[in-house]
Design a protein around this ligand. Structure first.
Ligand code: ADP
Ligand code: NA
Length: 344
Protein backbone atom coordinates (compact mmCIF):
# COMPACT_ATOMS: atom_id res chain seq x y z
CA UNK A 1 0.00 0.00 0.00
CA UNK A 2 1.71 3.24 -1.10
CA UNK A 3 1.56 6.07 1.42
CA UNK A 4 -1.17 8.63 0.76
CA UNK A 5 -0.43 11.70 -1.31
CA UNK A 6 -2.19 14.98 -0.54
CA UNK A 7 -2.48 17.74 -3.13
CA UNK A 8 -3.92 21.22 -2.87
CA UNK A 9 -3.56 24.35 -4.98
CA UNK A 10 -4.19 28.05 -4.66
CA UNK A 11 -4.41 30.62 -7.43
CA UNK A 12 -1.89 33.44 -7.28
CA UNK A 13 -4.21 36.18 -8.48
CA UNK A 14 -5.19 39.13 -6.32
CA UNK A 15 -4.53 40.01 -2.70
CA UNK A 16 -4.73 37.09 -0.26
CA UNK A 17 -7.33 37.93 2.38
CA UNK A 18 -8.56 36.74 5.75
CA UNK A 19 -11.05 34.36 4.09
CA UNK A 20 -8.21 32.63 2.25
CA UNK A 21 -6.24 32.43 5.50
CA UNK A 22 -9.03 31.13 7.77
CA UNK A 23 -10.71 29.03 5.07
CA UNK A 24 -7.69 27.50 3.38
CA UNK A 25 -4.14 28.42 4.33
CA UNK A 26 -4.44 27.92 8.11
CA UNK A 27 -6.02 24.50 7.42
CA UNK A 28 -3.11 23.66 5.18
CA UNK A 29 -0.73 24.39 8.05
CA UNK A 30 -2.68 22.05 10.35
CA UNK A 31 -2.76 19.41 7.64
CA UNK A 32 0.96 19.82 7.10
CA UNK A 33 1.69 18.89 10.71
CA UNK A 34 -0.60 15.83 10.51
CA UNK A 35 0.84 14.71 7.17
CA UNK A 36 4.37 15.16 8.45
CA UNK A 37 3.66 13.05 11.54
CA UNK A 38 1.99 10.37 9.37
CA UNK A 39 4.87 10.45 6.86
CA UNK A 40 2.47 11.30 4.01
CA UNK A 41 3.52 13.21 0.90
CA UNK A 42 2.04 16.69 0.81
CA UNK A 43 2.10 18.95 -2.24
CA UNK A 44 1.00 22.59 -2.24
CA UNK A 45 0.95 24.29 -5.60
CA UNK A 46 0.64 27.90 -6.67
CA UNK A 47 -1.56 27.13 -9.64
CA UNK A 48 -0.51 29.72 -12.18
CA UNK A 49 -1.76 27.69 -15.16
CA UNK A 50 -5.23 28.05 -13.69
CA UNK A 51 -4.69 31.79 -13.27
CA UNK A 52 -4.22 32.30 -17.01
CA UNK A 53 -7.67 30.90 -17.75
CA UNK A 54 -8.67 34.51 -17.17
CA UNK A 55 -6.84 37.45 -18.83
CA UNK A 56 -3.74 38.42 -16.82
CA UNK A 57 -1.15 41.16 -17.00
CA UNK A 58 2.18 39.27 -17.25
CA UNK A 59 4.15 41.50 -14.88
CA UNK A 60 1.32 41.57 -12.36
CA UNK A 61 0.97 37.79 -12.51
CA UNK A 62 4.71 37.33 -11.97
CA UNK A 63 4.53 39.63 -8.94
CA UNK A 64 1.44 37.94 -7.52
CA UNK A 65 3.00 34.49 -7.92
CA UNK A 66 5.94 35.58 -5.76
CA UNK A 67 3.59 37.21 -3.26
CA UNK A 68 1.47 34.09 -2.94
CA UNK A 69 4.54 31.95 -2.28
CA UNK A 70 5.71 34.48 0.30
CA UNK A 71 2.24 34.53 1.89
CA UNK A 72 2.13 30.75 2.19
CA UNK A 73 5.60 30.60 3.73
CA UNK A 74 4.78 33.45 6.11
CA UNK A 75 1.58 31.70 7.21
CA UNK A 76 3.56 28.63 8.22
CA UNK A 77 3.84 26.44 5.14
CA UNK A 78 7.15 24.73 5.78
CA UNK A 79 9.17 23.42 2.83
CA UNK A 80 10.77 20.88 5.14
CA UNK A 81 7.37 19.29 5.69
CA UNK A 82 5.76 19.67 2.28
CA UNK A 83 6.52 20.29 -1.37
CA UNK A 84 5.73 23.90 -2.30
CA UNK A 85 5.99 24.66 -6.01
CA UNK A 86 4.63 26.56 -8.95
CA UNK A 87 2.39 24.49 -11.22
CA UNK A 88 3.87 25.82 -14.47
CA UNK A 89 7.34 24.65 -13.43
CA UNK A 90 6.24 20.99 -13.53
CA UNK A 91 5.32 20.45 -17.16
CA UNK A 92 3.57 17.16 -16.38
CA UNK A 93 0.47 19.11 -15.31
CA UNK A 94 -0.06 20.43 -18.84
CA UNK A 95 1.04 17.18 -20.47
CA UNK A 96 -1.36 15.04 -18.47
CA UNK A 97 -4.15 17.59 -18.91
CA UNK A 98 -3.86 17.13 -22.68
CA UNK A 99 -4.10 13.35 -22.43
CA UNK A 100 -7.12 13.67 -20.13
CA UNK A 101 -8.68 16.28 -22.43
CA UNK A 102 -8.71 13.59 -25.08
CA UNK A 103 -10.77 11.31 -22.84
CA UNK A 104 -13.17 13.79 -21.25
CA UNK A 105 -16.64 14.13 -22.77
CA UNK A 106 -17.48 17.71 -23.71
CA UNK A 107 -20.85 17.42 -22.00
CA UNK A 108 -19.24 16.82 -18.60
CA UNK A 109 -17.55 20.20 -18.81
CA UNK A 110 -20.65 21.93 -20.13
CA UNK A 111 -22.37 20.97 -16.88
CA UNK A 112 -19.70 22.51 -14.63
CA UNK A 113 -20.69 25.71 -12.87
CA UNK A 114 -17.43 27.61 -12.54
CA UNK A 115 -16.97 28.75 -16.15
CA UNK A 116 -20.61 29.80 -16.14
CA UNK A 117 -20.19 31.95 -13.05
CA UNK A 118 -16.96 33.49 -14.39
CA UNK A 119 -18.69 34.22 -17.69
CA UNK A 120 -21.77 35.51 -15.91
CA UNK A 121 -23.87 32.85 -17.62
CA UNK A 122 -27.13 32.64 -15.73
CA UNK A 123 -29.39 30.80 -18.14
CA UNK A 124 -29.25 27.01 -18.46
CA UNK A 125 -26.88 25.46 -20.96
CA UNK A 126 -28.81 22.99 -23.08
CA UNK A 127 -26.58 22.38 -26.04
CA UNK A 128 -23.14 22.82 -27.57
CA UNK A 129 -24.52 25.85 -29.41
CA UNK A 130 -25.29 27.51 -26.07
CA UNK A 131 -21.69 26.97 -24.97
CA UNK A 132 -20.07 28.14 -28.18
CA UNK A 133 -22.22 31.25 -28.35
CA UNK A 134 -21.01 32.35 -24.90
CA UNK A 135 -19.04 35.45 -25.83
CA UNK A 136 -15.45 35.50 -24.63
CA UNK A 137 -15.40 31.92 -23.36
CA UNK A 138 -11.94 30.52 -24.05
CA UNK A 139 -11.25 26.83 -24.34
CA UNK A 140 -8.86 26.97 -21.36
CA UNK A 141 -11.49 28.27 -18.94
CA UNK A 142 -13.95 25.70 -20.20
CA UNK A 143 -11.44 22.86 -19.76
CA UNK A 144 -10.08 24.13 -16.42
CA UNK A 145 -11.59 21.21 -14.43
CA UNK A 146 -9.58 18.77 -16.58
CA UNK A 147 -6.38 20.58 -15.58
CA UNK A 148 -7.54 20.28 -11.97
CA UNK A 149 -7.99 16.56 -12.47
CA UNK A 150 -4.49 16.38 -13.95
CA UNK A 151 -3.10 18.30 -10.94
CA UNK A 152 -4.15 15.60 -8.51
CA UNK A 153 -3.89 12.51 -10.74
CA UNK A 154 -0.34 13.39 -11.81
CA UNK A 155 0.77 12.53 -8.26
CA UNK A 156 -1.84 9.81 -7.73
CA UNK A 157 -3.05 12.00 -4.89
CA UNK A 158 -6.02 10.66 -2.96
CA UNK A 159 -6.58 13.23 -0.22
CA UNK A 160 -7.64 16.57 -1.61
CA UNK A 161 -8.40 19.47 0.73
CA UNK A 162 -11.04 21.51 -1.08
CA UNK A 163 -13.62 24.13 -0.31
CA UNK A 164 -17.23 23.19 -0.90
CA UNK A 165 -17.14 25.20 -4.14
CA UNK A 166 -14.63 22.71 -5.56
CA UNK A 167 -16.42 19.48 -4.70
CA UNK A 168 -18.03 19.35 -8.14
CA UNK A 169 -14.62 19.53 -9.79
CA UNK A 170 -13.29 16.74 -7.63
CA UNK A 171 -16.21 14.53 -8.62
CA UNK A 172 -15.28 15.21 -12.23
CA UNK A 173 -11.67 14.29 -11.45
CA UNK A 174 -12.91 10.97 -10.09
CA UNK A 175 -15.04 10.38 -13.21
CA UNK A 176 -12.03 11.16 -15.41
CA UNK A 177 -9.85 8.78 -13.38
CA UNK A 178 -12.44 6.02 -13.78
CA UNK A 179 -12.63 6.68 -17.53
CA UNK A 180 -8.85 6.54 -17.84
CA UNK A 181 -8.66 3.30 -15.86
CA UNK A 182 -11.32 1.73 -18.08
CA UNK A 183 -9.56 2.92 -21.22
CA UNK A 184 -6.22 1.43 -20.21
CA UNK A 185 -7.90 -1.60 -18.61
CA UNK A 186 -6.17 -1.31 -15.27
CA UNK A 187 -6.74 0.55 -12.00
CA UNK A 188 -3.88 2.97 -12.66
CA UNK A 189 -5.27 6.01 -10.87
CA UNK A 190 -6.49 5.69 -7.29
CA UNK A 191 -9.65 7.75 -6.86
CA UNK A 192 -9.13 11.18 -5.27
CA UNK A 193 -11.33 11.99 -2.30
CA UNK A 194 -12.14 15.39 -0.82
CA UNK A 195 -10.87 16.32 2.62
CA UNK A 196 -13.57 18.74 3.68
CA UNK A 197 -12.54 21.08 6.43
CA UNK A 198 -15.17 22.27 8.82
CA UNK A 199 -14.25 25.96 8.71
CA UNK A 200 -17.02 28.37 7.94
CA UNK A 201 -16.90 30.72 5.02
CA UNK A 202 -15.83 34.22 5.88
CA UNK A 203 -18.38 36.58 4.42
CA UNK A 204 -17.96 40.08 3.00
CA UNK A 205 -17.70 42.84 5.62
CA UNK A 206 -20.36 44.80 3.78
CA UNK A 207 -22.73 42.09 2.59
CA UNK A 208 -23.05 38.89 4.62
CA UNK A 209 -24.76 37.13 1.71
CA UNK A 210 -21.50 37.23 -0.29
CA UNK A 211 -18.25 35.53 0.63
CA UNK A 212 -15.18 37.61 1.28
CA UNK A 213 -13.35 37.45 -2.04
CA UNK A 214 -10.37 38.97 -3.78
CA UNK A 215 -12.51 39.39 -6.87
CA UNK A 216 -14.88 41.75 -5.04
CA UNK A 217 -14.43 45.17 -6.62
CA UNK A 218 -14.45 46.99 -3.28
CA UNK A 219 -11.43 46.60 -1.04
CA UNK A 220 -13.61 47.55 1.96
CA UNK A 221 -15.36 44.18 1.89
CA UNK A 222 -12.27 42.22 2.91
CA UNK A 223 -9.28 42.25 5.25
CA UNK A 224 -6.18 41.73 3.13
CA UNK A 225 -3.39 39.88 4.92
CA UNK A 226 -1.11 42.87 4.26
CA UNK A 227 -3.51 45.48 5.68
CA UNK A 228 -1.93 47.82 8.25
CA UNK A 229 -3.49 47.98 11.75
CA UNK A 230 -5.19 51.33 11.00
CA UNK A 231 -6.72 49.92 7.82
CA UNK A 232 -7.98 46.85 9.69
CA UNK A 233 -9.53 49.02 12.44
CA UNK A 234 -11.21 51.24 9.88
CA UNK A 235 -12.60 48.37 7.77
CA UNK A 236 -13.95 46.52 10.81
CA UNK A 237 -15.43 49.70 12.27
CA UNK A 238 -17.32 50.29 9.01
CA UNK A 239 -18.44 46.66 8.66
CA UNK A 240 -22.18 46.11 8.37
CA UNK A 241 -23.97 45.22 11.63
CA UNK A 242 -27.53 45.68 12.84
CA UNK A 243 -29.41 47.76 15.40
CA UNK A 244 -29.85 44.98 17.94
CA UNK A 245 -28.14 45.57 21.30
CA UNK A 246 -25.50 43.15 22.56
CA UNK A 247 -23.70 40.41 20.72
CA UNK A 248 -25.53 37.17 19.98
CA UNK A 249 -25.12 34.50 17.33
CA UNK A 250 -27.93 33.98 14.86
CA UNK A 251 -26.90 33.23 11.28
CA UNK A 252 -30.41 33.71 9.92
CA UNK A 253 -31.54 36.80 11.85
CA UNK A 254 -28.19 38.52 12.42
CA UNK A 255 -25.98 37.33 9.54
CA UNK A 256 -23.59 40.30 9.61
CA UNK A 257 -22.94 40.03 13.36
CA UNK A 258 -22.70 36.24 13.10
CA UNK A 259 -20.01 36.66 10.45
CA UNK A 260 -17.99 38.90 12.77
CA UNK A 261 -18.45 36.44 15.63
CA UNK A 262 -17.26 33.60 13.39
CA UNK A 263 -14.22 35.64 12.42
CA UNK A 264 -13.47 36.43 16.05
CA UNK A 265 -13.78 32.79 17.05
CA UNK A 266 -11.63 31.54 14.17
CA UNK A 267 -8.90 34.13 14.59
CA UNK A 268 -8.74 33.63 18.37
CA UNK A 269 -9.12 29.83 18.09
CA UNK A 270 -12.01 29.89 20.56
CA UNK A 271 -15.61 28.68 20.28
CA UNK A 272 -18.50 30.82 19.08
CA UNK A 273 -20.17 30.19 22.47
CA UNK A 274 -17.17 31.65 24.29
CA UNK A 275 -17.18 34.74 22.08
CA UNK A 276 -20.89 35.32 22.68
CA UNK A 277 -20.53 34.76 26.41
CA UNK A 278 -17.64 37.21 26.62
CA UNK A 279 -19.38 39.89 24.54
CA UNK A 280 -23.07 39.43 25.38
CA UNK A 281 -23.14 42.90 26.92
CA UNK A 282 -20.74 44.61 24.49
CA UNK A 283 -21.89 47.28 22.12
CA UNK A 284 -21.24 46.70 18.43
CA UNK A 285 -18.43 49.24 18.63
CA UNK A 286 -16.76 47.52 21.60
CA UNK A 287 -17.04 44.16 19.93
CA UNK A 288 -15.63 45.49 16.68
CA UNK A 289 -12.67 47.03 18.49
CA UNK A 290 -11.93 43.69 20.15
CA UNK A 291 -12.25 41.90 16.82
CA UNK A 292 -9.97 44.36 15.05
CA UNK A 293 -7.31 43.97 17.77
CA UNK A 294 -7.64 40.18 17.52
CA UNK A 295 -7.06 40.28 13.78
CA UNK A 296 -4.15 42.72 14.13
CA UNK A 297 -2.50 40.49 16.75
CA UNK A 298 -2.96 37.36 14.65
CA UNK A 299 -1.70 38.95 11.44
CA UNK A 300 1.25 40.77 13.00
CA UNK A 301 3.75 37.87 12.98
CA UNK A 302 2.60 36.86 9.49
CA UNK A 303 3.10 40.39 8.22
CA UNK A 304 6.57 40.61 9.77
CA UNK A 305 7.50 37.34 8.10
CA UNK A 306 6.08 38.50 4.76
CA UNK A 307 8.20 41.60 4.99
CA UNK A 308 11.31 39.59 5.87
CA UNK A 309 10.77 37.11 3.03
CA UNK A 310 10.09 39.98 0.64
CA UNK A 311 13.67 41.10 1.33
CA UNK A 312 14.98 37.57 0.72
CA UNK A 313 13.69 36.77 -2.74
CA UNK A 314 16.66 34.46 -3.31
CA UNK A 315 15.47 32.17 -0.53
CA UNK A 316 11.91 32.10 -1.89
CA UNK A 317 13.22 31.30 -5.39
CA UNK A 318 15.29 28.44 -4.02
CA UNK A 319 12.34 26.99 -2.10
CA UNK A 320 10.19 27.05 -5.24
CA UNK A 321 12.90 25.58 -7.44
CA UNK A 322 13.58 22.75 -5.02
CA UNK A 323 9.83 22.21 -4.70
CA UNK A 324 9.47 21.92 -8.46
CA UNK A 325 12.35 19.44 -8.60
CA UNK A 326 10.80 17.27 -5.90
CA UNK A 327 7.32 17.47 -7.43
CA UNK A 328 8.79 16.49 -10.77
CA UNK A 329 10.50 13.46 -9.24
CA UNK A 330 7.05 12.12 -8.36
CA UNK A 331 5.32 13.35 -11.51
CA UNK A 332 7.77 12.21 -14.17
CA UNK A 333 7.65 8.41 -13.61
CA UNK A 334 3.85 8.57 -13.32
CA UNK A 335 3.60 10.55 -16.55
CA UNK A 336 5.93 8.14 -18.35
CA UNK A 337 3.73 5.22 -17.28
CA UNK A 338 0.65 7.10 -18.45
CA UNK A 339 2.25 7.85 -21.79
CA UNK A 340 3.18 4.21 -22.22
CA UNK A 341 -0.34 3.10 -21.34
CA UNK A 342 -1.89 5.31 -24.04
CA UNK A 343 0.76 4.48 -26.64
CA UNK A 344 2.96 7.58 -26.54
P1 ADP B 1 -11.11 34.12 -3.93
O1 ADP B 1 -12.57 33.78 -3.99
O2 ADP B 1 -10.84 35.18 -2.95
O3 ADP B 1 -10.55 34.38 -5.31
P2 ADP B 1 -9.96 31.53 -4.20
O4 ADP B 1 -11.10 31.09 -5.04
O5 ADP B 1 -8.63 31.73 -4.88
O6 ADP B 1 -10.36 32.84 -3.38
O7 ADP B 1 -9.80 30.49 -3.03
C1 ADP B 1 -8.57 30.09 -2.49
C2 ADP B 1 -8.89 29.23 -1.29
O8 ADP B 1 -9.43 30.06 -0.24
C3 ADP B 1 -9.93 28.15 -1.55
O9 ADP B 1 -9.58 26.98 -0.81
C4 ADP B 1 -11.20 28.74 -1.01
O10 ADP B 1 -12.11 27.74 -0.57
C5 ADP B 1 -10.70 29.59 0.15
N1 ADP B 1 -11.56 30.76 0.36
C6 ADP B 1 -11.72 31.79 -0.51
N2 ADP B 1 -12.55 32.71 -0.02
C7 ADP B 1 -12.95 32.27 1.19
C8 ADP B 1 -13.82 32.78 2.21
N3 ADP B 1 -14.44 33.95 2.06
N4 ADP B 1 -14.00 32.06 3.33
C9 ADP B 1 -13.37 30.88 3.50
N5 ADP B 1 -12.54 30.34 2.59
C10 ADP B 1 -12.32 31.01 1.44
NA1 NA C 1 -12.38 32.60 -6.66
Amino acid sequence: QPKPVIFSGIQPTGQPHLGNYLGAISNWVTLQEQAHDANETLLFSVVDLHAITMPQNPDKLRKERREMAITLLACGIDPKKCILFEQSKVSGHAELAWILNCMTPFGWLARMTQWKSKMGVTRGIQSIEDVSSTAGLQLGLFAYPVLMAADVLLYKATKIPVGEDQVQHLELARDIAVTFNKTVKQPFFPLPRPVITETKRVMSLRDPTNKMSKSDASDQTRINLVDAPEVIRSKIRKATTDGIRGISYDRAERPAVANLVDMYAAIGKVSVEDVVREHAQSTNAQFKDALAEGIITALSPIQKEMERLGQDVGYVETVLQQGATRANEIARPNLEMIQTLVGL
